[in-house]
Design a protein around this ligand. Structure first.
Ligand code: SAH
Length: 356
């Protein structure tokens, strides 16, 4: 990617691509590796900090290349737990959100994959604003780098969930590039076992992802066990109805050996009845034959103007377990800081519009 000055961005390039980009400078292979490590292990954002390169070479790099880095526009730290929510501003002024969450097993970053989203889910804070553009791989990595810059090395991000703003499979190539960079042995070397990709259900992309042979966890946002109700909540269901979606999940498991998990936002009066639990169990039982399906329940986060209220996830969990479906109730972190995705950006855009 080049910016207005025609400089090439380096953070978003894999080692071989970095070597190609640096070829005009006649850089030997070991120097390319050195620069990749500076970018991905030391995570420096300024060529001046690459102290084992000559001053002249650093200046040459500075003149022809740049390292993408979002800025922290706003930061909210929870008083209840260690959750921190970030509003980041990209170099073109667009904003996205990310959340840093501390669990007993490590630190997880929930990051955005697009500026906005075009999937139109009715309960989501980002949907009414539509899609502005895809994020680049460097902009996705930058969200994690900014979190890590604020904490000691031993508290760096060890897991990533692609559950911020955007539909990751609608930005397939950049997300794949990001995953390759994240797991690159010469760089961050994060195991993709610690990465979850959440999708609203773009069936052809799920099929494509199954062929990549990645060890990540695929999570499908289901939210309803029947087509009429799901289509009303999630327009994507009109294109890829439940039969197709769940068949793709079954195929994904057969091809990758990795079970797909399901997200279910419990909405009062919409999808929280014993009947809904029964239908959900019937739908999920055949997907992974001989195994109990697993559903993550999230009490829906009320978003201004959507009119949805949270149902009881604990109650719905009991209904599901009676039907032989395992369910966990997602611990809500950072409740005091609007950790619900999309709401900071939405507020920021509303403020911006009312001031202009
Ligand atoms: N586009 C992807 C990932 C981003 S959304 C997807 O649809 O999965 C991450 C998760 O948050 C999804 O399960 C989404 O359905 C859910 N979500 C969105 N708005 C929500 C809300 N108001 N309350 C609870 N969950 C919500």
């Amino acid at each position: 990617m080049s910016n207005a000055n025609q400089k090439t961005e380096l953070l978003g390039l894999l080692p071989a691509q970095l070597a190609d980009a640096l070829a005009p400078l006649k850089v030997p292979a070991y120097r390319v590796q050195q620069i990749f490590r500076w970018l991905h292990q030391r995570r420096v954002k300024d060529f001046a900090e690459m102290t084992d390169l000559s001053k002249q070479f650093r200046m040459d790099l500075q003149n022809q290349f740049y390292i993408n880095q979002p800025k922290i526009k706003q930061k909210l730290a929870s008083c209840i737990d260690n959750t921190v929510k970030y509003l980041y501003q990209m170099q073109d002024g667009n904003c996205v959100e990310a959340v840093r969450m501390v669990y007993h097993h490590g630190v997880t970053a929930c990051i955005s994959t697009q500026v906005g989203c075009r999937m139109g889910c009715k309960f989501c804070a980002s949907a009414p604003l539509g899609l502005v553009r895809n994020l680049t791989a460097a902009e996705m990595l930058g969200q994690i780098d900014l979190m890590d810059a604020e904490y000691p090395e031993e508290e760096r991000v060890s897991g990533v969930v692609l559950m911020g703003i955007g539909e990751p499979l609608d930005n397939y190539e950049n997300v794949l590039q990001f995953l390759r960079l994240l797991s690159c042995q010469e760089g961050r070397a994060m195991s993709l076992r610690h990465v979850t990709l959440s999708t609203c259900g773009l069936v052809p992309k799920i099929d494509q992802l199954a062929k990549e042979g990645l060890a990540l966890t695929l999570s499908v946002s289901l939210h309803s066990p029947n087509d009429a109700a799901r289509s009303a909540l999630m327009p994507v269901n009109r294109k890829y109805p439940l039969d197709q979606l769940l068949a793709a999940c079954g195929d994904y498991f057969r091809k990758t050996g990795r079970r797909v998990t399901f997200e279910y936002a419990v909405i009062r009066g919409e999808n929280d009845s014993p009947e809904a639990a029964k239908q959900l169990a019937q739908r999920l039982r055949p997907v992974f034959p001989g195994m109990r399906p697993h559903v993550n329940l999230i009490p829906v986060n009320p978003v201004q103007d959507t009119g949805f209220c949270a149902g009881s996830a604990a109650q719905f969990r009991k209904y599901l377990e009676q039907e032989g479906v395992n369910a966990t109730v997602r611990r809500t972190l950072g409740e005091d800081i609007q950790a619900a995705c999309g709401q900071l950006r939405r507020n920021e855009m509303q403020d911006h519009n009312s001031n202009s």
